[in-house]
Write a new protein. Structure first.
Length: 126
């Protein structure tokens, strides 16, 4: 019984040593600086003040008015209707060639994937 508990204690101590060494290395590498920064930092800056939440944030772009929003929505609906009219039955010039392609396409693709290339499909095949 003492052997098992002793082994567990030693394993935990070894694990803690490894974790401690990793933390120490990370701290040392994180503190080193190369000194050649490309410019001012773009990250967060501590100004030692609290932001005034009563001041509205500046807008990035002018907001659409109700009239402009209605106009844009009408344009989108018209474009949608135009797409619906075009999306009818597709007319194919040569249905037989498409059917042949569909039948042999899977096999040709598997040959290329498996490394059994066909020079007719892949000119770089040897």
């Amino acid at each position: 019984m003492t052997i098992n508990s002793g082994g567990t204690v030693f394993l935990r101590a070894g694990l803690l040593c490894c974790i401690g060494a990793a933390v120490a290395l990370a701290a040392l590498s994180g503190c080193s600086s190369t000194g050649n920064s490309a410019g001012p930092s773009t990250g967060a800056k501590d100004t030692a003040t609290f932001p005034n939440l009563n001041v509205p944030a500046p807008v990035a772009a002018q907001q659409l008015t109700d009239q402009e929003a209605a106009t844009k929505l009408a344009q989108l609906k018209a474009a949608k209707q135009g797409q619906g009219a075009k999306g009818g039955a597709v007319k194919v010039a040569n249905q037989a060639s498409l059917t042949t392609l569909a039948k042999k396409h899977g096999g040709d693709t598997l040959k290329q994937i498996e490394g059994k290339c066909d020079p007719a499909l892949d000119p770089t095949c040897k």
